[in-house]
Design a protein around this ligand. Structure first.
Ligand SMILES: NC(=O)c1ccc[n+]([C@@H]2O[C@H](COP(=O)([O-])OP(=O)(O)OC[C@H]3O[C@@H](n4cnc5c(N)ncnc54)[C@H](O)[C@@H]3O)[C@@H](O)[C@H]2O)c1
Length: 355
């Protein structure tokens, strides 16, 4: 049976209630990616006209192929680090364009830095010239390896600019400084989300992300060794995509969130070993777990304080990890990615536990 993405879209619509995007023209950079494509789906379903810019660096055309027939959707293949202008008036710009995985930190550091500085500046300029609102998708990685956990928005972070994750963490920190500068100097209506590890259907499973959930699911379904880095006691707080998109859209839409920076993530902390065991249980896999050295600067704990999201946005995560994982596994199987195939051993080269 085909996997029905509409169930996720309807859940988000339901949770957004009467928040309206009707008749708005919205630019989404990075809209063919995992989170961006869900953003496009929900906004089109809410009556917005969506322009999606993506250079397909890590995104896939297939993520938005079903939207191409809609008059409410336009796809532009373009690198947002290069300027682009629009003749139509825009109401909202959502800057999501950025490679976002440890594999990519290693192989494409300059692209990542550009997407969150030059690319973001191009998005900010588009917003400024349209008198539009802008939402920037920053990350929990701005906290680095935090010394304060659970981590509130007021924490300044503990980041190694020179380490293997520096290109991403510092690019996002610089991005936040850009957004703040446009807010202060031009009075732009800005909003910044610090996204914590989010997972679900449309995450790439081919190794480019090197994220723990797609890797564990893929390994479990092929009865391959599950690669855990360190002793597995490091934690992450996993947010299912429907919760994340709802949080982002509330942040974008609510007038009272103007100028705010908000953690959007699940405040339930899970160890990587617990995650691996849950994936084994849900897939019924007989894979063994093997332990590899923890990558340099891998954060030991991730757990957000979400009081601001609760109070300002009226948002909280709703989907338990088991349910989100089951839905992700269902999608993976339906997309026929889970078909057994010959592979060699484990993929120790995907060295990180990013969610
Ligand atoms: N998924 C998470 O857990 C998570 C956590 C924290 C922050 N974020 C942020 O959310 C955003 C989306 O992440 P995602 O998980 O969907 O990743 P993704 O890699 O699936 O999506 C990123 C999209 O941006 C596009 N892109 C990259 N550079 C571009 C450029 N220069 N010009 C145009 N398009 C470009 C890619 O092709 C891709 O479609 C990113 O900014 C990421 O940093 C995600």
């Amino acid at each position: 049976m085909a996997w029905d993405y509409k169930r996720e879209v309807e859940a988000i619509q339901r949770h957004l209630g009467d928040l309206s995007f009707q008749e708005q023209r919205i630019l989404i950079t990075g809209g063919a990616g995992f989170l961006g494509s869900w953003m496009c789906d929900v906004l089109v379903s809410k009556g917005a006209e969506v322009v999606c810019i993506d250079n397909l660096a890590s995104g896939l055309r297939s993520n938005v192929a079903h939207l191409l027939e809609s008059k409410k959707f336009r796809f532009i293949e373009h690198d947002i680090s290069e300027p682009i202008s629009f003749s139509e008036k825009l109401d909202l710009v959502v800057h999501m364009a950025s490679r976002a995985s440890p594999f990519e930190f290693e192989h494409y550091p300059i692209e990542i830095l550009k997407a969150n500085t030059l690319g973001l500046m191009n998005s900010l300029e588009i917003a400024r010239h349209n008198d539009a609102r802008i939402l920037y998708t920053s990350t929990s990685e701005t906290y680095g390896n935090p010394q304060v956990v659970p981590t509130p928005e007021s924490y300044f972070g503990n980041v190694n600019a020179l380490g293997p994750r520096g290109c991403y963490d510092e690019a996002k920190r610089c991005g936040e400084a850009y957004v703040t500068a446009y807010k202060n100097q031009y009075g732009l209506d800005t909003r910044t989300a610090r996204i914590f590890n989010t997972y679900g259907p449309r995450m790439r499973f081919d190794g480019i992300y090197g994220r723990a959930i797609p890797r564990f699911v893929d390994q479990a379904l092929h009865n391959q060794t599950i690669t855990v880095f360190g002793d597995g006691s490091q934690t992450r707080s996993f947010t299912y995509l429907t919760d994340q998109i709802e949080g982002l859209l509330r942040l974008a839409a609510l007038d009272r969130a103007k100028g705010c920076v908000v953690n959007i993530g699940n405040d339930k902390e899970t160890t990587i070993l617990e995650l691996a065991r849950k994936v084994l249980e849900l897939t019924g896999s007989h894979s063994e777990i093997a332990y590899y050295p923890l990558p340099k600067d891998d954060p030991l704990r991730r757990r957000p304080v979400i009081t601001r999201a609760r109070e300002l946005l009226g948002w909280e995560p709703k989907v338990p990890l088991e349910e989100g994982l089951s839905r992700t596994i269902e999608w993976y199987m339906a997309a026929n990615l889970g078909k057994p195939k010959e592979r060699e051993g484990s993929r120790a080269e995907d060295r990180s536990q990013k969610g």
